[in-house]
Ligand binder design. Structure first.
Ligand SMILES: Nc1ncnc2c1ncn2[C@@H]1O[C@H](COP(=O)(O)OP(=O)(O)OP(=O)(O)O)[C@@H](O)[C@H]1O
Ligand SMILES: [Mg+2]
Length: 349
């Protein structure tokens, strides 16, 4: 296993029902989710999932309700046992951990943030954040120092003696995040962690997560059914449908090269100008005699006003060292930002 892969899921199947082991062969032979349910009374949760999650990256798993997102993430902390397949974490198969190893893995290697916050209502903010540290049996001075540090880091200083019900939803999820980060686990699992929040609070939480991630470099598995959220925060996105993985890639790959009509429908209304960078749509021509240029990772919507306002309506695109690697025109930006498949309905003469 390559050094930079933290979690590797290989050939994972999950079938719910009393004869799951027998059913897996039917599924391998092509029986689909609907048929398995109607003829065999079993639920296909996941089918042949293969997924490599890189160390220190934010990896989004996206899909509609019932597509298998929670089933997948619950395998990673072994709340669910697979019907078939392997899950390697740091190269070790966690499916075969004994009880003591599993307890150790859950206490030290992995932590989770839940959609409905999952806080203990009768414990104060401090005690909720300190929860995992108490389980780790750390010295009380260290528990106090760490819990207070995380309470402060998520912007809740002064609220440590409040109870969860005295806080807004956004604040409660900050407690959930502080609790998950306090244990110092390398892997953070987030199942629809921001989905219950109002849009503005949700955007704030995404921003905070991205800021924290630049400092902490955790390996984050983030589940969402929201494509905008996935595109905003994900280094890598995996899309599930009916228990199957239908596409994986960077946000730009998904938007530029959707694997099928289902994903085309999914991405139809997103702001492509915010997701796609110049490097994906630039022309290879190097402009002679033009100074400066736009960085290859600039988003199309940021580049558009700059290119429009220059006389030639075309500017060099440069790499990290300022070296020209291509050029970008208003025309290329406009084409790339257009919604795929939209034909003009009116012809202006
Ligand atoms: N314990 C269970 N017993 C039987 N079927 C289950 C069980 N857990 C999940 N399923 C089924 O597995 C499939 C995937 O469910 P899962 O909860 O993983 O979806 P999800 O993508 O997380 O959906 P949501 O967005 O609604 O949370 C669904 O068809 C669901 O009904
Ligand atoms: Mg779910």
């Amino acid at each position: 296993m390559s050094d930079n892969i933290k979690i590797s899921v290989k050939g994972l199947y999950k079938i719910f029902g009393s004869e799951a082991d027998r059913m897996v062969n039917l599924v391998k032979d092509g029986v689909g989710k609907q048929q398995l349910l109607e003829e065999y009374r079993h639920v296909l949760g996941l089918k042949d999932i293969n997924l490599d999650i890189e160390t220190s990256k934010l990896h989004v798993v996206m899909g509609l309700s019932g597509s298998g997102k929670s089933t997948l993430i619950r395998h990673l902390n072994r709340l669910i046992d697979p019907t078939a397949g392997e899950i390697l974490v740091n190269g070790k198969d966690i499916v075969h951990l004994n009880d003591a190893e599993l307890q150790d893995y859950r206490r030290h290697d992995i932590s989770m943030v839940f959609q409905r916050f999952g806080l203990l209502p009768h414990r104060k903010v401090f005690d909720n954040v300190a929860y995992g540290l108490n389980i780790q049996k750390l010295p009380s001075a260290e528990i106090k120092e760490r819990a207070m540090r995380w309470i402060e880091r998520v912007g809740l200083s002064g609220f440590e003696d409040h109870y969860p019900t005295q806080l807004s939803g956004g604040m409660q999820q900050r407690v959930g995040l502080a609790r998950a980060l306090a244990t110092d686990a390398d892997i953070l699992l987030m199942d629809e962690a921001f989905s219950a929040l109002d849009p503005l609070i949700r955007t704030d939480m995404q921003t905070m997560l991205l800021e924290l991630q630049t400092e902490l470099n955790k390996t984050i598995v983030f589940i969402t059914h929201d494509l905008d959220e996935a595109l905003r925060i994900g280094d890598h996105i995996a899309i599930l449908r009916d228990g199957m993985m239908i596409q994986q890639g960077g946000p730009q790959d998904i938007v530029m090269n959707p694997a099928d009509d289902y994903i085309v429908d999914f991405i139809r209304d997103i702001n492509r100008g915010r997701v796609v960078h110049l490097e994906k749509v630039m022309d290879s021509e190097i402009l002679s005699g033009v100074e400066g240029g736009l960085h290859a990772t600039m988003a199309l919507e940021d580049a558009l006003p700059l290119v429009t306002s220059c006389e030639a309506q075309c500017l060099p695109v440069v790499d990290d060292n300022g070296k020209p690697i291509g050029s970008i025109s208003v025309d290329s930006i406009a084409k790339a930002m257009a919604r795929p498949g939209d034909a003009p309905t009116t012809v202006i003469r």
